[in-house]
Design a protein around this ligand. Structure first.
Ligand code: SIN
Ligand code: FE2
Length: 232
């Protein structure tokens, strides 16, 4: 692969953004373009604050592999993948400490985005942070470990663009590919809450704030009974 050209991205930034600011992907799913851009630096600082307490790590998959995206969590519950399966835990298995709390700036952003997309009273108690670098991807999956479909998923993209796969209720449903850019917030709930989605790869340009790294933060409401932190 030829190395992407950061100056091309700089030039992109000079062009007017002609994408629609709000796009309903389908009933229940709304893409809020650049929603988080006005306070982007604050959100990245909040992310770094979380990662200082609970560092990003590449978790094992139940099948014995390793996730190509590095992850960490904040909130009352954190999502954990291990040889024992997927679960939410109250303690970070790496430190046996509680997960960091959700930074107020990120919580407000998530609630404002949910409200804008038609989901009032969104109360996330789990927040998964993903860090993607060259070669990272995430296969098509459903977010179903929350055992709650009454509240949406709110997904914030920061830094380098991500090539997002948006499917449907079945693994074999038609998949749409869309670029998630820095500051975009995607909200899916209601009839779209269990839709398949994933990340095929990353965009070709570095981002001025994060370089070749993409971050994604998903806010969730979990009702699943928490399990003890598994051994990693
Ligand atoms: C996820 O499905 O947990 C992450 C999606 C993304 O990185 O945009
Ligand atoms: Fe997901």
């Amino acid at each position: 692969m030829t190395s992407p050209d950061p100056t091309a991205r700089q030039m992109d930034l000079l062009l007017p953004d002609t994408r629609p600011m709000r796009e309903e992907l389908e009933a229940g799913a709304m893409l809020l373009r650049a929603f988080a851009k006005p306070c982007d630096a604050e959100y990245l600082q909040a992310l770094e604050h979380v990662a200082r307490q609970a560092p990003f790590r590449h978790m094992h998959t139940p099948g014995g592999g390793t996730m190509s995206a590095a992850m960490t969590s904040c909130g009352t519950l954190g999502w954990v993948s291990s040889l024992q399966g997927y679960t939410y835990t109250t303690l970070d298995p790496a430190s046996q400490q509680a997960w960091p709390t959700i930074p107020p700036s990120l919580l407000s952003l998530a609630q404002a985005a949910a409200q804008t997309a038609g989901y009032a009273h969104f109360i996330p108690n789990a927040c998964l942070l993903n860090r993607y670098q060259n070669g990272s991807h995430m296969g098509l999956h459903q977010d179903r470990d929350e055992h709650d479909t009454t509240q949406p998923i709110v997904s914030l993209s920061l830094g380098r663009s991500g090539i997002f796969l948006w499917g449907g209720p079945d693994r074999r449903s038609k998949v749409r590919t869309l670029m998630l850019e820095h500051g975009d917030v995607l909200v899916w709930g209601g009839p779209a809450r269990l839709h398949y989605h994933g990340i095929k790869g990353l965009g070709p340009h570095a981002h001025p704030l994060t370089g070749w790294t993409r971050f994604n933060i998903t806010f969730r409401h979990v009702v699943a009974p928490p399990t003890p932190a598994p051994q990693t």
